[in-house]
Structures are given as structure tokens and as C-alpha cells.
Design a binder for this molecule. Structure first.
Ligand code: BGC
Length: 725
């Protein structure tokens, strides 16, 4: 994707400033140049001798070559050490640990969770918004910076393997880990995954793409078997992992708890060998999710490299299996090599790790970044009669979710983190409103009190939430407790009601017609109140877009049948096939509540002059090379500066039997009132290909395609038919 004269928004300038001044830390490669090959405390003679004795420390050799040289020096026990974690963990903090092998200068691996912040109870970290909020900005530059902040904080904490990001395509809106992921579109998730992984790895740690694959439920995640056809697997669920490997150069992939087509992810030969190694040429390591290893010989022979967090299967049992020949020496060598190659590539042998779990990773710049991400990820869903932004003089009743004393700023489970502080919506709004007498508060547990607060104010702001967490799925898509009743009571009493959602995924909105405004603020992290106040009062013009469809009813969703989800007798049938997310609504001609890609602004935009033309020859070949170039104009037709996300969808020839149209490019364009910019985007060869299960490969398909441009999956005013040869 390339934007002509369109990537100069305030957001990007802010990012540039952050990157250069604060986050533009030396890359591992740069570190590698300056780090000594052996301990600097030794004399020069010792350094030379050590370097000669440790030829794998020669940085001019490739990571693969260095790994092979080192492998030859390793004993069986040392090899076994590399392929499992240890429990208890000898160093405080980390959730996974592989001990160092000092004899050979192999550093320890220190693994920590972190999707929105360094997790595992770490203190003095920055709690960023949930990944689903960050991705809602539809801005890969922001996602890259998100990765850099996370990677930087992990590195300062002494982590050299950062467990994240979660890049699974969200199939099931009730999935308890929806908030950890980016959304429901494979291509969208791919772009976000590449940006975040590159960001994390630029700061030192190896990133970990998880969870591989078909991880779509928590309820029965230790047993569930996802039955999914090869084409769907390849076209929908695999692309983010393919991009993470091929473009993001991710060092590790975490295999999931679930089974895919009968075999546990962590011993699934098709997924681990045929796909990861043969098809995608992955040269890093596959680590198991915590306790997701189920066997020794099958797991090792089918492609698992490292058991986490301990050694139930890959300790003595693996050693015995190698001794008995059940697992060959070359399989074990392959496992160890897969761990070593990314360690070398990432510079873990070459740069000293100076971080520690007790160090503070925080900075004022990271706090500011957390706020910016929350602002740019907040989606304005409804704004009747321009009620928002709030007038400075308006009196406001802030009404909190019933029974909750704290705002919901993060999701739970392994991605949960210790926020250093949380600015509540009430605090943020009071601060922004200036005059405290203009802002009243009711906690929402007493409907009458909430209604009376609403009655006495010009505008009522109702904050409602879901509690989403790893380990359990939502039972349904409704707001839990009596939050719907709260909204109804406030809407009935008050003059104008705005609902602010703090959820990790879609919710149903039976009250939608009775309220004037709706904002999806997701789990916004530590800067919650400041960010929502900036949106409400118009200091920031919302520009975020939904990365997931919001259904009108539970019956509408693509996985509404029990056999599909959570499954029957431990099996879930992916019978919706390619029709995941908006593809389902489009192919079944169902109008969702809010479509994928949707989000309002305080200004308005017009798209015009769509041109589609073949890319000029001479571009690099391969799947990523541009095939067609799309150009169009975007005009800000309103009175405020704002940004619009231009989205390009591709419709295949009917014979291909693809969903009606699929996202293949997007760009965020920042515009002054009245300004027009020309955006140009590239469509790659994959945009015109389908996966052919008979050939077990992608096939480029010539034919007549529809190219659609617009501002959501359901608002595509411009289109062109093109013949692709
Ligand atoms: C989660 C992983 C996490 C691991 C370690 C597992 O339950 O699925 O995402 O990295 O725990 O905390």
C-alpha cells in the first residue's frame, strides 16, 4: 500500500516525533555491531581467543550457519535443555524460561506475556489499549509504534521472547480473546501483524505469533476439534501467520490448545510441517502454548520444537525417545536449530541483555502514546443531529456501569497487566469540562438515581461494559447484568443520551433507536478518561473504524448454530467456510447493525474519480508484487480537519465461488476542510487468486473482477470492472 501525499496526518507526525525522539532506539542489528563478541571485562587477548574458540560468534556468518556450527558443539543434554521450559522459574517474573548454557555462551530465554502491556504481574509498565482498539485505527504506522512500545518495555524488563501478538482471525464474536486480536479479516490482520511484529522485534525481543491455528474458543479449548476445509484454512485463517513469517520474520509461532481436523495443534503434521515449513519456509521455532503439548514422539516428529512451560514430554521422555530411535537425532537437531536461528538473527548472542524485571519500563512518552492510541482507536458509531462533539457549556451526567466501581480498561487472562494508573471517564471528563459543577455522576446501580442524574443534565453519558477474558467465552452478545435496562431508563429520562461501550467485541444494542449517540471505546488502557474526553469534546476528531461486524441479533452471526460453535461432542464445524465476518453478512444478504469498516467522523468525506490500471511491469515478482493500481480522490466536505479510511474491496468472478467482496487495501488519509488528496493503493497477485485444494496451492485466476472503493464494507460508492489477464 502506498499513499501519495496522504500520509502526513497529525497522527503520523506525532508518531514520527515519538519514533525519532523516544522510540527510535538502536535496532538489534545496530546493537550487534557495537556489542563485544565476548565479555568486555576480559582483556583483548582473551576476547580474540574466545572468538576463535566460539566460531558461532562470528557475526559475518548467517544465522543458519552460526546455528549449525554451534549445534555440532552441543551435547545431548544441552540440546534437550533448549527444547523445553523449566519450572519453577529461577528468575522472578517471567512466565517461561529456558536456562542459559554458559559453556557455549547461549543466553537464557526469558519469556513474558504482553498484548497491551508487559504482563505476568510486571509493575511500572504502560497499559496500552487492547489490540482490538489499536487495530481500529486502521493505521499500520500506529500498529508499528504499538509494537515498538511493547517491545521496548519487554526489553527493559529483561524479556527476550515477547509472547504476542495474537493474530487469529476472529470467527466467533463471543470468543473470550477477541479483544486480544485485530479483527475478522485475514488481510487486515496480516497488515497489523506484520507491523506489530516488526515493531516488537526492532526493540530487541523475539516476537511470537499466536495462537496457531483455529483458536476460536475458550470454553472447551483443551479438547475442541475445529473441522475446517483446506481452502478455508488457507484463505481465512492462515494469511496472518503467513504474513507474520514471510514479511514480519517472526521468530516464534505458538501452537494452540485446540485440535484442527483431528490433531492437536502442537502435534499437527499438516499445520506444523506441510504448512509452516514446506509452504511458508518458516525457519524459527514452534513453541507450545502453556500445557498444549500432548505427546513426545508425535509432537517432536510432527513439528513441535519447544514445550512450554515445563518438560513433561520434552525432558527425559524426549531424551529416551532419541535414545530408542523413536525420535531421530536429526529431528532433535532440527528442533534446536529452529530455536537457535532466530536467536542469532535477533542478536541475542551478540548484545548484552541489561534489562531486569524490577526495572521501570515507563516513560512520559509511552503514557502519551497510550492516550494517542486510545483516541485513534475509538469508533464513533452513531451521532444523531451532530450532538457530538459536546458543547463546552453543556451540563453532563456521567453514569457508570451498574455495580462496577472501576472502568473496564483491559481484557483478562494472560494479557492482563498492572496499569500504573487509570484515568477514569469521570476524572477525564471533569478535567476537560473545566467547571466541575457541569459534571454530575451516578454509578448506575440505582436506575432511579441514574435517571434523575440524566434528567438534570443536558447530556447523559452512559458507560457500559463487558468483562472479557481468556479462559471463558461470553455466553451471548448481550451487555451483561442490567446494563440494557440502565440505558433504557436513562434514555427515557434524559434529553439526549450517549452510550460509551467498553467491550472487547460486538454487543447487541436493543436500545439503539432511543439513544442519540454510541461510541465503541473498547478496552482503552490507562488513559481511558483523557481519551474519551478528547473524543467527546472534539479535541480529537474520531477516525476509527470497526475491524469486526456488529450484528443486529444473535441469530445473524455466521456461527449461530451449536454445531459450528461451541460445537457438539467436542467438534466445531466450520461450515460457514469462507463466509467469516462481513463475508457472511454479504453473501447471505443480511444487514448487520454496524458493518465491518464502519465508523463516523465529526466531518464528512467524499470519494471520487476511481481509476484502476495494471501495475507497470518491472515490479518485483511473487505474491506481494502489485498487479493492479487503484487511484481515487478523497475530499473533506465538512468543516473540521479529519481522517478517512479508504477501503478497497475485490469481487471475484462468480466462477471462483468467493464471498461477494473482500478487503484487499486500505489507507488512512488526513484532510483539512475542503482539501482533496489522491490516494493510490496497490492490489497484489493474491487479490486475484484463490486457493485450489486439488493442487494444494494458490492459483492466479484471470477474469473479470469488481474493484470497489468506499468507507466501510457496506458503503462502497465507487466501483469498476476490470479484466485481469
Ligand atoms: C495463553 C498464552 C500465554 C500463556 C502464558 C496461555 O494460557 O494461551 O497466550 O502466552 O498462557 O501465560
Amino acid at each position: 500500500m502506498k499513499i501519495q501525499s496522504a500520509d502526513r496526518g497529525p497522527c503520523n507526525l506525532f508518531l514520527l516525533f515519538l519514533s525519532v525522539v523516544f522510540l527510535g532506539l538502536a535496532t538489534p542489528a545496530a546493537n550487534a555491531q557495537t556489542a563485544p563478541a565476548a565479555s568486555a571485562t576480559h582483556g583483548a587477548g582473551t576476547v580474540v581467543k574466545r572468538a576463535a574458540a566460539r566460531p558461532w560468534m562470528n557475526r559475518t556468518l548467517s544465522p543458519r550457519r552460526r546455528a549449525d556450527i554451534l549445534l555440532k558443539q552441543m551435547t545431548l543434554d544441552e540440546k534437550i535443555t533448549m527444547v523445553h521450559g523449566v519450572k519453577p522459574i529461577p528468575v522472578k517474573g517471567y512466565v517461561g524460561y529456558v536456562p542459559a548454557i554458559p559453556r557455549l555462551g547461549i543466553p537464557a530465554l526469558t519469556l513474558a506475556d504482553g498484548r497491551a502491556a508487559v504482563g505476568n504481574g510486571a509493575k511500572d509498565i504502560t497499559l496500552l489499549p487492547a489490540p482490538i482498539a489499536a487495530s481500529s485505527g486502521w493505521d499500520v504506522a500506529v500498529m508499528g509504534a504499538f509494537g515498538r512500545v511493547l517491545g521496548r518495555e519487554q526489553w527493559l524488563k529483561g524479556t527476550n521472547v515477547a509472547l504476542g501478538p495474537t493474530i487469529d482471525v476472529v470467527r466467533v464474536p463471543e470468543w473470550g480473546r477477541t479483544f486480544e486480536s485485530y479483527g475478522e479479516d485475514p488481510w487486515f490482520n496480516s497488515r497489523m501483524a506484520v507491523a506489530e511484529i516488526q515493531g516488537i522485534q526492532s526493540q530487541g525481543p523475539i516476537a511470537d505469533a499466536n495462537m496457531y491455528l483455529t483458536m476460536q474458543q475458550e470454553s472447551n479449548r483443551q479438547m475442541e476439534d475445529s473441522r475446517v476445509d483446506e481452502r478455508t484454512l488457507q484463505e481465512i485463517y492462515l494469511p496472518p501467520f503467513a504474513a507474520a513469517i514471510q514479511e514480519g520474520h517472526v521468530g516464534t509461532v505458538m501452537c494452540a490448545y485446540v485440535k484442527t481436523n483431528g490433531a492437536y495443534s502442537c502435534e499437527n503434521q499438516y499445520l506444523l510441517k506441510d504448512v509452516l515449513r514446506t509452504q511458508l519456509h518458516f525457519d524459527g521455532w514452534v513453541m507450545s502454548d502453556w500445557g498444549a503439548t500432548h505427546s513426545t514422539a508425535d509432537a517432536a516428529n510432527h513439528g513441535l520444537d519447544q514445550e512450554m512451560p515445563d518438560n513433561k514430554f520434552f525432558g527425559d521422555k524426549l531424551k529416551a525417545a532419541v535414545a530408542s530411535g523413536q525420535v531421530s537425532q536429526s529431528v532433535l537437531d532440527g528442533q534446536v536449530r529452529n530455536v537457535l536461528v532466530p536467536m542469532f538473527r535477533q542478536g541475542l548472542f551478540d548484545k548484552p541483555q541489561t534489562g531486569s524485571w524490577s526495572a521501570s519500563a515507563r516513560s512520559p512518552e509511552h503514557d502519551a502514546f497510550a492516550r494517542m492510541v486510545a483516541e485513534q482507536g475509538t469508533v464513533l458509531l452513531k451521532n444523531d443531529a451532530g450532538l457530538l462533539p459536546l458543547a463546552a457549556a453543556a451540563s453532563v451526567a456521567v453514569i457508570g456501569a451498574p455495580g462496577s466501581t472501576a472502568p473496564r480498561v483491559e481484557g483478562g487472562g494472560s494479557s492482563g497487566a498492572n496499569a500504573p494508573y487509570v484515568v477514569s471517564p469521570l476524572e477525564g471528563i471533569r478535567k476537560r469540562a473545566g467547571d466541575a459543577s457541569r459534571v454530575s455522576y451516578a454509578d448506575g446501580s440505582d436506575l432511579d438515581a441514574a435517571a434523575s442524574a440524566a434528567r438534570n443534565a443536558d447530556v447523559a453519558l452512559v458507560f457500559v461494559q463487558t468483562k472479557e477474558t481468556e479462559g471463558s467465552d461470553r455466553p451471548d452478545l448481550e451487555l451483561p447484568g442490567n446494563q440494557d435496562a440502565l440505558i433504557e431508563a436513562v434514555a427515557q429520562a434524559g434529553k439526549r443520551t450517549i452510550v460509551v461501550l467498553n467491550t472487547g467485541g460486538p454487543v447487541l444494542m436493543p436500545w439503539l433507536d432511543k439513544v442519540a449517540g454510541v461510541i465503541e471505546a473498547w478496552y482503552p488502557g490507562q488513559e481511558d478518561g483523557n481519551a474519551i474526553a478528547a473524543i467527546l469534546y472534539g479535541d480529537v476528531n474520531p477516525a476509527a473504524k470497526l475491524p469486526l461486524t456488529f450484528p443486529r441479533s444473535a441469530r445473524q452471526i455466521p456461527t449461530s448454530q451449536r454445531e459450528q460453535w461451541p460445537g457438539v461432542d467436542g467438534r466445531s464445524l466450520y461450515s460457514e467456510g469462507l463466509n467469516v465476518g462481513y463475508r457472511w453478512y454479504d453473501s447471505s444478504d443480511v444487514q448487520p447493525l454496524f458493518p465491518f469498516g464502519f465508523g463516523l467522523s465529526y466531518t464528512t468525506f467524499r470519494l471520487s474519480r476511481l481509476v484502476v490500471e495494471p501495475a507497470k511491469p518491472g515490479l518485483p515478482s511473487g505474491a506481494a508484487a502489485a498487479t493492479e493500481l487503484v487511484r481515487l480522490d478523497v475530499t473533506n466536505t465538512g468543516k473540521r480537519r479529519g481522517a478517512e479510511v479508504v477501503q478497497i474491496y475485490v469481487g471475484h468472478p462468480a466462477a471462483d465461488q468467493e464471498p461477494p467482496h473482500q478487503l484487499r487495501a486500505f489507507a488512512k488519509v488526513d484532510l483539512r476542510p475542503g482539501e482533496t488528496k489522491t490516494v493510490s493503493l496497490a492490489l497484489d497477485k493474491r487479490s486475484f487468486s484463490v486457493y485450489d485444494p486439488a493442487a494444494h496451492d494458490w492459483a492466479f485466476r484471470a477474469g473479470t473482477y469488481e474493484i470497489l472503493a468506499g468507507t466501510s464494507s457496506r458503503d462502497l460508492p465507487l466501483h469498476k470492472s476490470i479484466v485481469v489477464r
